[in-house]
Design a protein around this ligand. Structure first.
Ligand SMILES: Cc1cc2nc3c(=O)[nH]c(=O)nc-3n(C[C@H](O)[C@H](O)[C@H](O)COP(=O)(O)OP(=O)(O)OC[C@H]3O[C@@H](n4cnc5c(N)ncnc54)[C@H](O)[C@@H]3O)c2cc1C
Length: 417
């Protein structure tokens, strides 16, 4: 048995990074064929806490949640149970560069130290996800837990002080944020600038219309199908002047509106700046084969979760990626060479639009969603997410259990006891 452990370095400690680590330690490594070998798991991430980003919008609307321990729980203690299988180490910092030839990640430390360190790997899993333009909503490459909390508190205070709020973007973040804000602050005027493609354009037509109707009729939110092209804070009034492109098909000139607060909920940027451009698609997402092996690099470099070009940016993709990567790692950790295509039983499914599997909440009482094309009743969405914006599920995520209806029912019973 080699005295040197096989180092599996995981970049990112969010949903995808934690999930694959639990699967590796709980299932893949203990069941590898042949004589027992040594492994070591090394996490590299800017924060020593898992960020339950799904709950961030509710926390903006109801700021006491920002200080709730469940929003940013510690993650390392949840790996102590695997001590007999492999040690788990943590380097607090962010990948600044990949030296694929030397099989080293160059990491800039965050937190107490700002030094640069080299982290060698035998296998590398890229789970660095994406950032949102409003940085408090999703953790960016350099954000520590203290940074995340501060940004959430700062934005929550701006929201509290504003009477008129404009949200740019028509995706699920805009829908959930606007409905949460109107529920918490019924007197504030909230407008969504959804752009030319309108509200939740990835959803089928019927669900799109339902979401738009509920936002306008139940929550009193104004939806404008125009794109925000520029925002600027007016130093004299303190307000945001937002420039809007003319509505599609209209020849009128751009217009400017003034609001107390503008929040961008437009798109996401992949956290992949440390990788060579040759492994990224034109949007900056990591390109891989359908077994999540990164294309164009030496073997044993993998991608999972939102950073992957095969993801639509949701937890359903994290789930399918974890299944595929588990199989890939089972095959490739057992062998000296990369696994042949014929060895695989499973592949990451191709992305299809419109989505047939999604859920969007509308305040704390329900939402609109489909499961495999079938309507999810609003009361089920309330239980699954809307009632507490999933914050009670953070412990399940970080602890390594998969979501199940049984777990949810047990959770609700516990809360009601
Ligand atoms: C407000 C909101 C609500 C959502 N609600 C839902 C929902 O209800 N259902 C659903 O399915 N999906 C939902 N999503 C999407 C879901 O949150 C994402 O799919 C999920 O976060 C993806 O996890 P990830 O681990 O791939 O990436 P991320 O969560 O983006 O995490 C990336 C991790 O990598 C770290 N990192 C970044 N750069 C570096 C670097 N250079 N080096 C090291 N570490 C780095 C980050 O700090 C972070 O730990 C929601 C997203 C948001 C923002």
């Amino acid at each position: 048995m080699s005295s040197q452990p096989h180092d599996i370095v995981i970049l990112g400690n969010s949903f995808a990074g934690l999930r694959i680590a639990h699967v590796l330690l709980g299932d893949v490594i203990p069941n590898l064929p042949g004589p027992k070998r040594k492994f070591r798991i090394v996490f590299v991430a800017p924060s020593d806490r898992f960020y339950m980003n799904i709950s961030s919008l509710r926390a903006l609307a109801r700021p006491p949640l920002v200080d709730d321990e469940r929003l940013l729980p510690e993650f390392l203690p949840h790996f102590e149970k695997y001590r007999a299988t492999a040690p788990v180490e943590f380097v607090q910092g962010y990948a600044a560069e990949l030296d694929a030839e030397r099989r080293i990640v160059i990491v800039k430390r965050t937190g107490d130290s700002t030094e640069t360190v080299e982290v060698p790997y035998d296998s590398l899993i890229i789970a660095t996800g994406t950032s949102t333009s409003t940085t408090a909503i999703k953790s960016r490459p350099t954000a520590t837990a203290a940074d995340i909390r501060k940004e959430l508190h700062d934005l929550a205070a701006e929201i509290k002080a504003a009477s008129t709020i404009a949200i740019g973007g028509g995706g699920t973040t805009a829908v959930e944020l606007s409905s949460d804000l109107r529920e918490a602050y019924p007197d504030k005027r909230v407008t969504i600038y959804a752009g030319n493609s309108g509200i939740v354009s990835a959803f089928p037509e019927l669900q799109r219309r339902t979401v738009a109707d509920r936002l306008t009729q139940k929550f009193g939110i104004t939806i404008v199908n125009q794109r925000v092209t520029h925002t600027e804070r007016n130093p004299k009034t303190g307000q945001y002047d937002i420039t809007l492109a003319p509505a599609e098909g209209e020849a009128t000139a751009a217009t400017v509106e003034s609001v107390d607060l503008y929040i961008s909920a437009v798109g996401q940027t992949p956290n992949t700046g440390f990788l060579p451009k040759t492994v990224l698609d034109e949007r900056g997402y990591v390109v891989s084969d359908s077994h999540l092996r990164v294309t164009g690099l030496a073997p044993r470099v993998y991608v999972t979760g939102d950073a992957s070009a095969l993801s639509a940016g949701n937890l359903d993709n994290v789930r399918t990626h974890t299944g595929a990567l588990k199989e890939t790692l089972k095959l490739e950790l057992a062998a000296e060479t990369a696994a042949d295509e014929s060895a695989f039983l499973y592949a990451v499914p191709k992305l299809k639009l419109p989505l047939h599997h999604f859920g969007v909440t509308l305040g704390s009482t329900g939402g609109v969603g489909l499961f495999n094309g079938h309507r999810i009743p609003s009361c089920i969405l309330r239980l699954m997410k809307a009632r507490d914006a999933s914050i009670s599920g953070a412990a399940v995520m970080v602890g390594g259990s998969s979501f199940s209806l049984k777990l949810l029912v047990a959770q609700v019973k516990k809360e009601q006891a």
